[in-house]
Design a protein around this ligand. Sequence first.
Ligand SMILES: Cc1cc2nc3c(=O)[nH]c(=O)nc-3n(C[C@H](O)[C@H](O)[C@H](O)COP(=O)(O)OP(=O)(O)OC[C@H]3O[C@@H](n4cnc5c(N)ncnc54)[C@H](O)[C@@H]3O)c2cc1C
Length: 327
Amino acid sequence: MTNDIFIFAEQRNDKLHPAALQIVTPAKALAEKTGGQVVACVIGDAIDNAATAIDKAGVERIITISDPSLAMYSALRYRTALTAAVQKVDPKVTLLPATFMGRDLSPRVAVRTKAALATDVIELQINDGGALDVVRPIYNGKATCHVTLPADRPAIASVRPNTFAAPSGAGGAQREALSFEPASGDERIDVKEIAKTGGDIKDVTEADIIVSGGRALKNEDNFKILFDLAKELDAAVGASRAACDAGYQPHTRQVGLTGKTVTPKLYFAFGISGAIQHMAGMRGSKVIVAVNTDPEAPMFRVADYGIVADLFKVVPLLTAEIKKLER
Ligand SMILES: Cc1cc2nc3c(=O)[nH]c(=O)nc-3n(C[C@H](O)[C@H](O)[C@H](O)COP(=O)(O)OP(=O)(O)OC[C@H]3O[C@@H](n4cnc5c(N)ncnc54)[C@H](O)[C@@H]3O)c2cc1C
C-alpha cells in the first residue's frame, strides 16, 4: 500500500461533475498528512476536457481509461476499470463523490480491492495512528457517527457533494493512459441510453443559482413560473419535501436533510417555511432570498433578503425585471 490518495473524477459527456473537483480538497489535506500524491482517475470515452479540468484543480497524477464501451456509465464496466486503476496505484485512501455514480461504484470497488468503506462522509482526516477517521451523518442527519477505518488496509470513502469547496491548482500533472480490459460478465449490463429528467434545467447540486418552491405553489402547473425565472437566471429548480411529497416536483429536486445538500451563490425560497430539515440542505448558500406571506416564517431568520409578499405576484415581476436587464 502506497501513501497516495486516489480520487475518482466523475465525468459525463467529457464534463467533470462539480463534486469531483470538490473531493480534491480533502484529498490534498490527506496527502499532506500521508506524504503521498493525489492521483485522479478519469473514465469514459472522449475525456480530454474532463482530464484537463481535474488537472487544473491541482492533482499530481492523472490516470485516464478511455474506451468506446465506457462512453455511458455502466456499473460493471466502470467497476472493472476503476478497480484496475486503484490496484495499479495501490493508494492508502480512495475518494469518490457520493453522487448516484459514486454511491453505486464505491461498494463494488471496495469488495474487489478488499478495502474498508465509509459512505457519505462529511469530514475526513488521517489520525496519529495512520488510520482514516471520518464523520458521517446518520438517522437522516439527526446524529453524526465517527468511524475509524483500519490502518492496515486500504480505505474507500464517498464524500457528500457540496461539503468542500473546489480548489484551484497550477495544472501540469503527469498523465498516464490505462487500457480497458473488460472482465467476463461485464456485458451483462448494456446501457443503451441515459434518459434525462428535467429537460435542459440543471440539477440543484450543479447550479450557482437555485429557484426553490414549497407547498405554497399548490400544484405542479404553478411551478411553471419558477421554471420561467430559472430559465432567465440559468438556474436550477429546487423544491421542499412538502412540495415533492405532494407530487408537484420529483424528489430529485428536493433540497434538505433527506434531499440534496446545496451551496449555491444564490438561493431563492418561494413559499418555503424554513423547517430545520429544509435548512439543513441549503443553509450553506452564499445569499438567501426568502419570499413568504408570513412575516414570522423561520426562513426569514437565515435570509439575507426577505420579501413579505405573495410569491405569485413577486415571481413574475422578478422574471420581467431580469428580462429587462438582459436587453
Ligand atoms: C425526518 C424528516 C426529514 C425531512 N427532510 C426534509 C427535506 O429534506 N427537505 C424539506 O424541505 N423538508 C424535509 N422535511 C419536512 C419539513 O419538516 C417540512 O415539513 C417541509 O420542509 C415543509 O415544506 P414547505 O416549507 O414547502 O411547506 P410549509 O411548511 O407548509 O410552508 C409553506 C410556506 O409557504 C408560505 N406561503 C403560503 N402561501 C404563500 C404565497 N402565496 N406566497 C408566499 N408564501 C406563501 C406559508 O406562509 C408557509 O411559510 C423532513 C421532515 C422530517 C421529519
